[in-house]
Ligand binder design. Structure first.
Ligand SMILES: [Zn+2]
Ligand SMILES: [Zn+2]
Length: 264
């Protein structure tokens, strides 16, 4: 998704939104893009909007999200995260996933995907997801493409939010990351190493949601080198790790408020 945005500046959008988009990329790039030097992440700009968190850490109910045991054979291979121990923790609201499903319901009933983008602020080394943006979008039963994405950047830029992840539905498919999903995830993870993808699959009886990231370096390397578009197979990473894995650094936080921008 993000990679398609880089071409925005060539698309004749109005000057203000172009400047906002470029400013957003410039800020994120300055702070995050150099994944090779992880120490550089210490220079993340920390920003906490007033009133978003109530009495953290005291009084908050936190629960780590771990992969369910009842997964099918297909998903067993990526049960053991290879890199998450180096990643910062991310808190999401306890209500985030169910609220998103509710917003997606009309599409889901019509077998159309819905996607949303998650913005977070960083405090004391932890990301707090405080914003769910539902962009204008075009979708089918197996894909979802945001349009007018400069509106998303304007909101993230305004709130000094990091694009830490995205969420989308699989209205009739199982809970997994398609090849197109993996390319979208690559765009996020190349900007923010902690970036994650939530897949909501209400009709998957073995697992109704999953939180995934590309393995590092294996999965990231495969996606970086892949030039294909549309749905296509990917080779296995050279390090024999699965191409993507479950995140183990995500926590549900009952005290975290979040705001929804539905731009549709
Ligand atoms: Zn998908
Ligand atoms: Zn590919």
């Amino acid at each position: 998704m993000i990679s398609s945005l880089i071409s925005l500046k060539n698309k004749g959008r109005d000057a203000d939104s172009r400047i906002q988009t470029i400013a957003f990329f410039y800020r994120i790039a300055n702070q995050l893009v150099d994944q090779g030097a992880y120490e550089k992440l210490e220079h993340y700009e920390e920003f906490r909007p007033d009133g978003v968190l109530e009495s953290l850490p005291q009084g908050a109910h936190l629960s780590q999200i771990i992969a369910a045991d009842s997964e099918n054979e297909h998903s067993k291979s990526y049960d053991v995260p290879t890199t998450s121990k180096f990643l910062r923790d991310i808190h999401i609201s306890t209500r985030l996933m169910e609220d998103f499903l509710e917003l997606a319901k009309d599409n889901t009933d019509k077998d159309l995907e819905t996607c949303g983008i998650l913005g977070a602020f960083l405090e004391k080394g932890t990301f707090y997801v405080t914003t769910l943006i539902i962009p204008k979008q075009e979708s089918t039963s197996s894909s979802c493409q945001a349009i007018n994405e400069e509106e998303v950047f304007a909101i993230q830029n305004e709130g000094s939010l990091f694009p830490v992840g995205w969420i989308h539905t699989h209205p009739s498919q199982s809970c997994f990351m398609s090849s197109v999903d993996l390319h979208t995830q690559y765009s996020y993870q190349a900007m923010v190493p902690e970036a994650f993808a939530i897949v909501m699959a209400p009709t998957d009886t073995s697992r109704s949601y999953g939180i995934f990231r590309l393995s590092e370096p294996g999965g990231m390397r495969v996606l970086k080198e892949c030039q294909e578009k549309g749905f296509h197979p990917h080779q296995e990473p050279a390090d024999e790790c699965p191409i993507y894995e479950h995140c183990s650094n995500i926590y549900k936080n009952s005290n975290l408020r979040f705001e929804i921008f539905d731009l549709r």
